[in-house]
Design a protein around this ligand. Structure first.
Ligand code: PEP
Length: 249
């Protein structure tokens, strides 16, 4: 299995001075104490180029939080996958629940964006996850299986990762039990194997939703957990680094 990936989703946070300071702190820390995992930070579009410059050669990769499905054209306000790549990104988060809910993104749109990301040389990190109502109705596996079927393009297993993020765990301080995380990750692994064969075994399945230094070790030790997608805690260098240090060596 590849090393675990700890990815920070800065969401719509970060102006140039504090954002650069945070990236600089990560750069210094990993130079002193390299973590036992791969690290990725996904700032807002406005900081992708700047952070790619600050983190060049540090081992900390930079990613986007969304991209358009087309490479260029009349799409005011959008950013394409080749633009992200050109700015120094190597990955992109796609289908985050905040975009599915706030921008009405469908599985089909996420799949098209992921195909565009792959074509541009970016690793798509595709987010899936059920709402609280869906879990309470016992439908979580069916919901996530449908999202996987609809959102993952052909060829995804070459470079992509899946992030299982229960919507009700994002930014709430609540997390599923370890058994619930393990069960969902096992289902996702079976789904990837059925769709992509041997290549599906190498796809990292991240867990996301209120990962903190206090719970990271237990979550990252679970079978089939290939890393974490971290929101709030990725905005504090010490917290993000403590989560990275808890990765499985
Ligand atoms: C996220 O936004 O992807 C996320 C997991 O957020 P948080 O860690 O704050 O729950």
């Amino acid at each position: 299995m590849p090393r675990q990936l700890i990815a920070g989703n800065w969401k719509m946070n970060g102006l140039s001075v504090p954002g650069t300071r945070l990236a600089g702190a990560l750069r210094e820390a990993v130079a002193t104490a390299p973590p036992p995992c791969d690290l990725l930070v996904c700032p807002p579009f406005t900081l992708v180029g700047r952070l790619a410059h600050v983190l060049l050669g540090s081992g900390v990769a930079v990613g986007g939080q969304d991209c358009h499905a087309e490479a260029a054209g009349a799409h005011t306000g959008d950013v394409s996958a080749p633009m992200l790549r050109d700015a120094g990104a190597t990955a992109v988060i796609l289908g985050h629940s905040e975009r599915r809910a706030g921008h009405g993104e469908t599985d089909g749109q996420v799949r098209a964006k992921a195909a565009a990301a792959l074509a541009a040389g970016l690793a798509p990190i595709i987010c899936v996850g059920e709402t609280l109502a869906e879990r309470e109705a016992g439908r979580q596996e069916a919901v996530v299986a449908a999202q996987l079927a609809g959102s993952l393009p052909d060829g995804f297993a070459v470079a992509g990762a899946v992030a299982y993020e229960p919507v009700w765990a994002i930014g709430t301080g609540k997390t599923p039990t370890e058994a619930e995380i393990a069960a969902m990750h096992a289902m996702i692994r079976r789904t990837l194997a059925a769709r992509f064969g041997a290549a599906g075994a190498g796809v990292r399945i991240l867990y996301g939703g209120s990962v903190k230094p206090s719970n990271a070790k237990a979550i990252l030790a679970l079978p089939e957990v290939g890393g974490a997608l971290v929101g709030g805690a990725s905005l504090v260098a010490e917290d993000f680094l403590a989560i990275a240090a808890a990765a499985r060596a």
